[in-house]
Design a protein around this ligand. Structure first.
Ligand code: PEP
Length: 252
């Protein structure tokens, strides 16, 4: 699309092993070599960041993590800092994925702190927002998405949004095979962009807003054709090389 470059980011979640990753990444590198006016990235489990760096440096494929600590460093056993991610060559880090909000009690304020520390180390946060099915059915989609977005704007400032990526991921569409229709997704993407525009029009025009939730090779084209959908955050289909490559090519 003309307004903004496309971006497709894979979220491997807690999947993979050294052998499978190597095969998958080799195929993704080859399949995205001719990508034009769109970027491609994989967000891998922490232990595989070094492997991603070794296999992806000097390719079209960027890499990143799926989470980051809100702290700079210190006695936080089991946590991984933003400076460690930049040390390993990460460009991106997902913050506020719905699985982390739901299973690890991440509040919008905590997500905002993670967003801010990621940016302060030069990482590009991929900020996930989205409503549950119950919230959608109660007509609370806009209220929920606005709250998740405003927490970050209030902490990091509106200008910081221009140096981030937003991913609209309706929780009911993640891993369920129930993709939002292009119209349903576009409606929320436009809401997000309008809310940003009411703060700063240039930021709203610039920021990439990805759709996530059961994006597959056979529905990516119609989703990415919508005016405010700049690409996708891809879970399950990012583990299948042929499917992920097709989705990347659809974002051109
Ligand atoms: C996700 O986890 O970000 C996601 C969109 O998953 P899936 O594509 O499997 O629905």
């Amino acid at each position: 699309k003309m307004a903004r470059a496309g971006l497709v980011a894979g979220n491997w979640k807690m999947h993979g092993n050294l052998e499978q990753n190597e095969a998958l990444l080799a195929k993704v590198v080859a399949g995205t070599r001719a990508l034009q006016n769109a970027g491609c990235a994989v967000c891998v489990p922490f232990p595989y960041l070094a492997q991603a760096g070794a296999l992806l440096s000097a390719t079209n494929v960027a890499w990143g993590a799926q989470n980051v600590s809100q702290h700079e460093q210190g006695a936080y056993t089991g946590e991984v800092s933003a400076s460690m991610l930049t040390d390993l060559g990460c460009r991106y880090v997902i913050v506020g994925h719905s699985e982390r909000r739901a299973y690890y009690d991440e509040t919008s304020e905590l997500v905002a702190d993670k967003f801010r520390i990621a940016q302060s180390h030069g990482l590009t946060p991929i900020l996930c927002v989205g409503e549950t099915l119950a919230q959608r059915e109660a007509s609370e989609t806009e209220r929920v998405v606005a709250e998740q977005l405003d927490a970050v704007i209030n902490t990091a400032g509106i200008e910081a949004i221009a140096r981030s990526v937003i991913a609209y991921e309706p929780v009911w569409a993640i891993g369920t095979g129930k993709t939002a229709t292009p119209e349903q997704a576009q409606e929320v993407h436009a809401f997000i962009r309008n809310r940003l525009a009411s703060n700063n029009e240039a930021v709203a025009a610039k920021v990439q807003i990805l759709y996530g939730g059961s994006v597959k090779a056979n529905n990516a084209n119609e989703l990415f054709a919508m005016s405010d959908i700049d690409g996708g955050l891809i879970g399950g289909a990012s583990l299948i090389a042929e499917d992920f490559i097709s989705i990347c090519l659809a974002a051109q």
